[in-house]
Design a protein around this ligand. Structure first.
Ligand SMILES: Cc1cc2nc3c(=O)[nH]c(=O)nc-3n(C[C@H](O)[C@H](O)[C@H](O)COP(=O)(O)O)c2cc1C
Ligand code: SF4
Ligand code: SF4
Length: 255
């Protein structure tokens, strides 16, 4: 069983590929987190959790969801973290999660995919994004083979300061919705509210209003069809990124 969380399509893309190789099925945690559905019954062995890297660990909302959700004990559990660069020592924290949930930890693999953190970094253009995705494919296949054989994923992880010290500072000082606003391009279509996994956006008088429990997943700003959302001054004149795996096999839009 493959569980994935994905704001802009990268982790969903990897989850779909792994599911193809293993003839397994995927479950979206976005919908479950959004609807506060904490039941995950009768899943098959192994459990494969595929999520983006947020500040060098798995996203806090995924960690919290898994802590609250009953899971079968002693099931072999693999983690695949998509990232723009690296996931540092995220392994330490998923091992802790496994210990707490009595899951059998089988390793963590980082897969470099296009950066989606529009509020902080530059987003690759379409050509560059395509190249990054193409480069990731052999790694995804290799990871699927290891999982198929029931082997442990061996990967060297470094960067304890990022995961242990910067991660909590990041959530305390950076992560909030105060910087989001809409431009005159907003049509009130409500796509941003639909894709927010935390129901943090409400449409009032045809305009989105951000509440105060944002996790900075970047789904709203990247997936607005009219590029009508900005974050402080950081996102101006930058591309938006979304890898659409639903409509085609892969439809990349980075503009
Ligand atoms: C809040 C936030 C924090 C991020 N932190 C990291 C990070 O620590 N290391 C990294 O390499 N990429 C980081 N990224 C980039 C994403 O992990 C990467 O683009 C990921 O593939 C996005 O997955 P998705 O499309 O499935 O949402 C971050 C992105 C966001 C939105
Ligand atoms: S998705 Fe964009 S256009 Fe639609 S309501 Fe949100 S900000 Fe406005
Ligand atoms: S408000 Fe936007 S960035 Fe914050 S959690 Fe919702 S979709 Fe993600």
């Amino acid at each position: 069983m493959i569980l994935f969380f994905s704001a802009t399509g990268n982790s969903k893309f990897v989850a779909n590929k792994i599911a193809e190789y293993l003839a397994d099925k995927t479950i979206s945690l976005n919908e479950r987190i959004k609807s506060e559905n904490y039941s995950l019954k009768s899943f098959s062995n192994p459990l494969i959790i595929i999520v983006p890297t947020y500040a060098w660990r798995i996203p806090n909302i995924v960690n919290e969801y898994l802590l609250k959700t009953p899971l079968d004990k002693y099931i072999k559990t693999y983690f695949i973290l998509t990232c723009g660069d690296d996931s540092a020592r995220a392994d330490i924290y998923v091992k802790k999660l496994c210990k707490h949930k009595k899951l059998t930890y089988m390793g963590l693999k980082s897969i470099i995919m296009p950066e989606n953190y529009t509020a902080m970094f530059n987003i690759p253009d379409q050509d560059e994004a395509q190249k990054i995705i193409k480069k990731a494919l052999p790694d995804i296949e290799k990871t699927a083979e290891i999982i198929k054989k029931g082997q442990f994923i061996e990967e060297k992880h470094t960067g304890i300061i990022k995961s242990a010290i910067i991660n909590p500072l990041f959530y305390t000082f950076i992560v909030n919705a105060k910087g989001f606003y809409t431009t005159k391009n907003c049509t009130g279509c409500a796509k941003c509210a639909e894709v927010c996994p935390l129901n943090n956006i409400h449409i009032k008088q045809n305009i989105p209003v951000w509440d105060n429990h944002c996790t900075h997943c970047m789904a709203c700003i990247n997936r607005c069809p009219f590029k009508a959302i900005e974050y402080k001054n950081a996102s101006k004149n930058k591309s938006r990124y979304f890898l659409d795996t639903d409509n085609h096999s892969t439809l990349l839009y980075s503009r």
